[in-house]
Design a protein around this ligand. Structure first.
Ligand SMILES: Nc1ncnc2c1ncn2[C@@H]1O[C@H](COP(=O)(O)OP(=O)(O)OP(=O)(O)O)[C@@H](O)[C@H]1O
Ligand SMILES: [Mg+2]
Length: 362
């Protein structure tokens, strides 16, 4: 279960472990930087993106989806991976772009959104023309020239004015009108706790979106191992299969997994930084597996700063997650940490009582 857009051989999507291990050291390191773990939540979200993409041709209304998650959860990686799998097709006359992906500039305005979209479409004069002229050009590109089916916009929280936390309504209105006019399927991606507010603040935009999909960090809960610990260990096991090392590292074994979890707090970006650095250190020493020593050094080199206050979880006794959680600097309650499940937020069936009342009933 892996995806990898390798630069070594563009005709080839994946390498077997044997093939990977035959690569030179720099090539193996490049592989480590590019590897993508294809895990169940990633698959579920990618399939929903694909559904929106495919429905463009037949749907009466634009198919829209909101993807949220905390920083480092892998949102941009997931959507750019989807976009990379649908590259532009250059014909004699035009360049067809079924998928267009852009980052929303900060703070978002109609003008810089237009520039970002025109650049993503490869327009060499992306900054030129009045707002109206560029909008006209964009609509023609989307509908007539490039035949865009799916628009992915990352960093939706850039629609929030940092100075006063107000939603930039003019820009969000423009986006709503643009999506409706072009009927393009649209995936909006952003920070959990802020991106939802952007969509909710504009009822006409909100009407196009269902409940958000949440790409959240892994959890470690001994009372719910199936849904938490096991998912994390499956991820580690898939990750290990991608490592260009000849010998097993047993990352998914309970104790190593617990140490890795303590190091990264379930956040993929931390975990990948740790494993990438540990692999680098192992290859430097011509060692064909990862051990606690490499992981410990990688933690000190890559994560100790970002995860300040946490003793190195790869040294000594097994880390105590309760202690780590207790000593963790407290996050201020508020906009950035309103929700925290690792599941897609399920639309509540209006016929069912809300969860709070269910607790009272049982
Ligand atoms: N499925 C995956 N397999 C391998 N690496 C991954 C995967 N998902 C994320 N990563 C790695 O995690 C790191 C962070 O991912 P990414 O930038 O996508 O997070 P993000 O949710 O967009 O964060 P932010 O909100 O700060 O933009 C990247 O180095 C990326 O390579
Ligand atoms: Mg991102």
């Amino acid at each position: 279960m892996s995806e990898n857009d390798s630069k070594h051989d563009s005709t080839k999507k994946t390498f077997s472990r044997e093939e990977m291990c035959k690569l030179s050291k720099p090539e193996r390191l490049r592989w480590v930087e590019q590897m993508r773990v294809f895990y169940p939540l990633w698959k579920e979200i990618s399939e929903e993106i694909q559904r929106c993409h495919q429905m463009k041709a037949i749907a009466a209304e634009p198919q829209c989806m909101l993807l949220v998650g905390p920083s480092g959860a892998g949102k941009s990686t997931l959507v750019s991976s989807y976009a990379q799998r649908h590259p532009a097709i250059v014909t004699d006359k035009v360049t067809l772009r079924s998928v267009v992906m852009a980052t929303i500039p900060s703070p978002a305005s109609i003008s810089n959104l237009e520039t970002a979209l025109l650049s993503a479409l490869g327009d060499p004069a992306a900054t030129r023309g009045t707002i109206g002229a560029r909008e006209y050009r964009l609509i023609r590109y989307f509908k007539e020239i490039c035949n865009v089916d799916l628009l992915i916009l990352d960093e939706l929280q850039h629609f929030v004015d940092r100075d006063n936390q107000k939603i930039l309504q003019t820009a969000s209105n423009w986006l709503k009108t643009f999506v409706k006019e072009t009927k393009v399927s649209c995936i909006l991606v952003g920070l959990q706790g802020e991106a939802e507010d952007v969509v909710d603040a504009n009822p006409q935009l909100a009407r196009l979106f269902g409940d958000p999909y949440i790409l959240a960090p892994f959890e470690w809960d001994e009372t719910r191992p199936e849904n938490t610990i096991n998912k994390f260990r499956i991820f580690l096991s898939e990750l290990e299969k991608l490592l260009p090392l000849k010998e097993p590292s047993y990352l998914a074994n309970y104790e190593t997994a617990l140490r890795c979890f303590a190091a990264c707090d379930g956040i993929i970006s931390y975990l990948m930084a740790l494993i990438r650095r540990a692999t680098y250190l192992a290859l430097e020493k011509d060692c064909e597996h990862l051990d606690l020593d490499f992981l410990s050094k990688a933690f000190t080199q890559r994560l100790a700063g970002e995860r300040r206050g946490i003793p190195n979880p790869f040294i000594g006794d097994l880390p105590n997650l309760e202690e780590i959680r207790k000593n963790k600097p407290k996050q201020k309650p508020g906009k950035h940490n309103k929700r925290g499940t690792n599941q897609r937020s399920k639309p509540r069936n209006p016929d069912e009582p809300p969860e709070e009342r269910m607790k009272d009933i049982f």
